[in-house]
Design a protein around this ligand. Structure first.
Ligand code: HMG
Ligand code: MG
Length: 311
């Protein structure tokens, strides 16, 4: 079908922002540890594909997440594309200072809607995490950096099971009060389904502008594309994805990668929704990084388009 004939369906947005999280969320959980040079090459390819935001690094303890240990070198080695926001995870001031030094444009404080996951992932309670994030948030504002907040386990937790929509909204409110410019509602273990996703997004939107909420869906149970569509229906227009469906989360056993960027772009193309991203370049980047890891890309659309040799 000629997608240029399409305009977005009434009620759906005409433009969607895709945040590429492959270099961070994707690679942090791949068993194959890639060289710094390969990671830099990967980010450089993504920079040319048209993403406005690339999550490139993570300034966390290398003992907790060894795959992200080279973040400083990676940030120093990439060719920055004008207008691209390069973001990085910063759980505390130590992480913030390293991120500032590395010249990131956006820092990400990452909490959880589940107490049990907060302890496992960042070694403190939700309330303690908000306390730690306050200094990072203030420092981000002082240094004119964008501030993003991320909420893990918004649809379920590998340790505590159910997570209520109200507990997600409570964390949204606290991150809003810290001054976040954008807040990610994350399905860490991919258990969300469309009606549940709409409920949680609706609760979150009572506390924070729907225009600055994003959907971060892992595709563990194959629900991510359906959940993105369900989110579009309730006004969400920012989504996270990983080229080649890379990744998972080291503190959520069995968690698989983020929804594949190629699949999300193919969906958006079919819906007549603009993203500003070149699907062809993304397919190439997905095939490249999957070859480096030594496996097939976890993207149905990416593999199909690569096999046809055309996009
Ligand atoms: P802690 O042990 O409670 O911290 O860890 P601490 O302050 O007691 O420090 C302990 C050691 O870590 C010290 O080193 C610090 O210097 C060092 P030592 O004296 O033992 O040699 N340290 C650091 N080193 C480098 N950078 C730092 C840093 N902070 C302390 N920033 C901490 C607390 C948060 C640091 C730790 O738990 C940690 O690094 N956790 C990593 C969690 C993580 O990265 N998880 C994966 C990312 S989140 C995710 O994937 C979810 C998301 O995708 C959304 C979703 O899908 O759900 C965002
Ligand atoms: Mg994630």
């Amino acid at each position: 079908m000629d997608s240029s004939l399409l305009t977005a369906q009434p009620g759906l947005p005409g433009f969607v922002k895709i945040v590429e999280v492959g270099p961070r969320d994707g690679l942090q959980n791949e068993a194959t540890v890639l060289s710094t040079e390969v990671k830099i090459d990967f980010i450089n390819q993504l920079s040319l594909a048209g993403f406005s935001t690339i999550e490139a690094a993570s300034f966390v303890s290398p003992k907790w997440v060894p795959q992200m240990a080279a973040s400083t070198d990676i940030m120093a080695g990439i060719r920055r594309h004008p207008g691209v926001i390069y973001s990085a995870l910063t759980p505390n001031m130590k992480g913030f200072e390293a991120a500032l030094e590395a010249g990131v444009n956006e820092v990400v404080i990452f909490g959880s809607a589940s107490e049990a996951f907060s302890q496992k992932n960042i070694n403190c309670s939700i309330a303690e995490s908000i306390g730690r994030f306050r200094s990072v948030a203030d420092a981000a504002k002082d240094n004119h950096l964008r501030l993003r907040g991320s909420i893990s386990c918004s649809f379920g937790c590998p340790y505590q099971g159910e997570v209520s929509a109200q507990s997600v909204a409570d964390v949204v409110k606290q991150l809003r009060d810290l001054g976040c410019d954008e807040i990610d509602i994350a399905d860490t273990i991919g258990v969300g389904t469309p009606r549940h996703v709409q409920t949680v997004m609706t609760y979150a939107a009572r506390e924070f502008s729907v225009d600055a909420l994003s959907g971060h869906f892992h595709d563990t149970y194959g629900q991510a594309l359906a959940n993105i569509y369900a989110s579009l229906e309730v006004g969400i227009h920012i989504f996270h994805s990983s080229v080649g469906g890379l990744g998972g989360c080291p503190y959520a056993k069995g968690a698989t990668g983020n929804v594949a960027t190629e699949d999300v772009l193919f969906l958006m193309q079919g819906l007549g929704i603009e993203t500003g991203i070149d699907l062809h370049k993304v397919v190439d980047a997905g095939q490249f990084i999957s070859r480096q890891i030594g496996r097939k890309a976890v993207s149905r659309a990416g593999n199909a388009l690569a096999a046809r040799g055309t996009v």
